[in-house]
Design a protein. Structure first.
Length: 94
């Protein structure tokens, strides 16, 4: 997984290849009512295609720590890992 620097983030944001960080934070808060601990932007291979993904670590009101992966353009939840198990893992390694 290749991480993105600040320059990469602004470049893909300006090109409308991803939604803003503020949109992601609002989406996560709406769905999980959670405290955001960390967010990364990375490019990953998913279903044979390279795509931008937001990786978020959150803490739920119950104190559970979850790791989420969202498609950075559509905010589709691709993966959820944590206290409640794994769902939706569909990454390719090659």
């Amino acid at each position: 997984m290749a991480g993105a620097g600040e320059d990469d983030f602004h470049k893909v944001l300006r090109a409308h290849k991803i939604v803003s960080l503020q949109q992601l934070l609002a989406h996560v808060h709406r769905d999980f009512h959670a405290r955001i601990l960390k967010v990364n932007l990375a490019q990953v291979k998913h279903r044979g295609q390279l795509r931008w993904v937001y990786e978020a670590k959150i803490m739920t009101p119950e104190g559970n720590v979850l790791e989420l992966e969202y498609d950075a353009k559509s905010l589709e939840l691709l993966e959820l890992e944590g206290e409640h198990g794994r769902q939706g893992h569909d990454h390719d390694d090659g």
